[in-house]
Design a protein. Structure first.
Ligand SMILES: [Zn+2]
Length: 204
């Protein structure tokens, strides 16, 4: 029962994140954990499939070592990153990785995104950025999961966004909030520059 509802929810949230424009094309991947500490399974989106097109048959289920138990296709190439997070964080049951455009734009710049009101207790004024590691590598899995030991949101340098939550719904909401925060900061920075000068022509 837990498995069936988790699978349905993963499909629903995949479609929602796509509709929100947070995982354009075939980018992004999400997962959730079921079971208990030291005996859990992970449901994750498949590799090479748009989150728009994920249905229940395509949801991949793996054991805690990453061995595929069911689902059509192969698990996301970022499976290891998801597994490492679940191993390090008992309190986390949902992981969302997006390439949402504004936050990812910041990741390709030298600018940071401020932790605006709504991110909970502020321990750092800005969302933490981890150094670049190629997508799908053990290196990225290690760097990202280590940085999330004490945080719930992370910018992957020159790549995208990674968030965790006590369940998948929470992680998805935090991913949305991160993107809207990046958008707000972008707008604020643009409009606080010197106003543009408008030269009016008088009509005769
Ligand atoms: Zn990615």
């Amino acid at each position: 029962m837990e498995l069936e509802s988790a699978r349905k929810n993963l499909v629903k949230i995949s479609g929602h994140l796509y509709q929100q424009g947070l995982v354009p094309g075939k980018s992004g991947n999400i997962s959730c954990k079921i079971g208990v500490e030291n005996d859990f399974k992970v449901l994750i989106t498949p590799s090479g499939v748009s989150l728009r097109d994920v249905d229940e048959k395509k949801v991949i289920i793996v054991d805690q070592e990453g061995k595929q138990l069911s689902g059509q296709g192969k698990p996301s190439s970022e499976l290891k990153m998801h597994l490492n997070i679940y191993k390090k964080r008992d309190d986390v049951q949902g992981v969302v990785h997006t390439h949402s455009p504004y936050a990812t734009g910041f990741s390709f710049s030298k600018e940071n995104i401020s932790r605006m009101e709504g991110f909970g207790p502020v321990e750092s004024p800005q969302i933490h950025v981890v150094e670049y590691a190629a997508p799908g590598t053990d290196e990225l899995a290690e760097i990202a999961s280590r940085a999330l030991e004490n945080d719930d949101v992370l910018i992957l340098k020159d790549h995208g966004v990674l968030v965790v939550g006590k369940n998948l719904d929470d992680a998805a909401l935090l991913a949305e909030f991160t993107e809207s925060t990046a958008k707000t900061e972008f707008v604020a920075r643009i409009i606080s520059r010197e106003p543009i000068q408008v030269h009016l022509k008088r009509s005769r």
